[in-house]
Design a protein around this ligand. Sequence first.
Ligand SMILES: [Zn+2]
Length: 270
Amino acid sequence: MFEWLARRRRERALARHALPEDDWQRALDCLPFISHYDQALLERLRELATLFLVEKSVVSGATDGAHSLEVTPFMRVLVAAQAALLLIGRGETVAEAMTEYDGFENVVIHPDDFPRTYDYEDEDGVVHQLHEPIAGESWDGGPVLLSWPAVEAGYAESGMALVIHEFAHKIDLNDGLIDGIPPLTGAPRERFARVIEAAYTDFVARVERGEDTAIDPYAAELVEEFFAVSCEVFFAEPELLAREYPDYFGELRAWFQVDPIAGRRWQPMT
Ligand SMILES: [Zn+2]
């Protein structure tokens, strides 16, 4: 019953809050890796992005001072389109797909990289506080933080799709575990875990050998970073991931229910 009500509410919101056509077209122009999806999926993406902006606030992390940042309607659409991309094939309805982003409300846009403060314990057990500038962060049960220049740079220029990266962390976190595995259970979970582990182990070895990898070597840091980076590549440069790690590409395709190379919904063979 409550699920039905929530779905009805989402469907009504969708009818009321259409995205401005020019902002949507401009966002698509900035995201060339989206343009080849078939018409049905592009319409679904637009509905998902609309619903995203109904449910989430995309706000400035710097509202005053010399380095303040105003978040424009276009900026909101550019973020929403990419957050929605991870849901493009998911769920029976867009309302059902959007439940994967339940549990947080805000996306905070910073005018530049922002400091993350964390404790680090060295070999002698001494704890140091480190302050490291970062471009993005996803809090468990909290907001997604993004540096605008990194969002704006785009994948072709920076080799990074920051929005996809941070929302991949959100999906990973959905089962309460940050482990590089989306919220799967049973045999599909075991299979995903086995396949990502094999790909990750191979990738770490290549980076350690000093190979100049086409996939960002940052992915070798932790398996959850491998997952987030590979989600960027899955959507922004799918041929690369399919070539380098075909089995793992297949697992991501099964999770996201989309074939990003063909630009079509993906259905398992029966
Ligand atoms: Zn990350």
